[in-house]
Design a protein around this ligand. Sequence first.
Ligand code: A3P
Length: 287
Amino acid sequence: MARLAVTETFFGIQFPGHLHTQDSLQAAASFPFRPSDVLLVTYPKSGTTWMQEILTFIHSEGDPEPAKTIPNWARLPWLEHLYMGTLMEPKGPRLLTTHLPYPALEEALAKAKPKVIYVARNPKDVAVSYYHFCRMANFFPDPGSFEEFAQKFLDGTVHYGSWFEHIKGWLSCQDELNITYFTYEELHQDLEGCVERLSAFLGLPMKPGLVESIRMHCSFASMSKNTMVNTTLIPKEILDTSKGQFMRKGIAGDWKNHFSAPLSERFNTKFQEELGGQAKHFQWVMD
Ligand code: A3P
């Protein structure tokens, strides 16, 4: 099950053999979506767990019970993970999560057009968060120094592939899919506005007290203590918590503590080259 040293390649991208097999990846690509499904899509370290928690509360109408008693990976299972089949809900709506690139799911999504929620985060902060996670997660190769890891991130040779390709792919399908976009930074700046927008997109009423409940239970401090999301249920040989915490800092802009000026410049150049025209959609502080 752990397969910590195995790497799977799918759609030209490397995935950790821990929780991914060729069969599980293929099953995701041909998943029989229903229009009532909700699919959360992220590149790793972009705020996936935070959005999973918020979606849980929107669906429970603010009741903390599911978030406090069911692990996040069972509430919004990862489509491409090998345990996925065992968690299939017989009835909809199903809440699902994926890190897969758009081309891998294009065909499956086109048929049923479920609701898709994409969460993006400043790539500089993603690189920092990902680096620290790789240091503690034994299913990733040793990331080396931050500078080395950040260069691989820019080159798109880290596991889960290029951040730039991931976001470009998922931005390219706006006319084909029922998709909406959020950023990690927006969740910080305007949680209430995000909950309103999410509820409207999902067609769910905002019950009185919902935002307050989300503010209380989905804060960084609360989630850090919640064993259903803080990864402390995962064995130490898989996630070595002596090397770091999954709920690490939870802030925007930590990249400034890690990036040298030349590295920052290389990120800015690549960002402009790859996303220049669309950069205005993201309020990220890149300098
Ligand atoms: P940091 O490593 O920068 O702290 P993912 O869930 O996609 O793996 O993303 C993990 C990142 O989201 C981590 O970032 C984690 O601390 C942050 N995060 C998780 N829950 C959060 C919350 N409630 N508020 C702010 N950040 C949160």
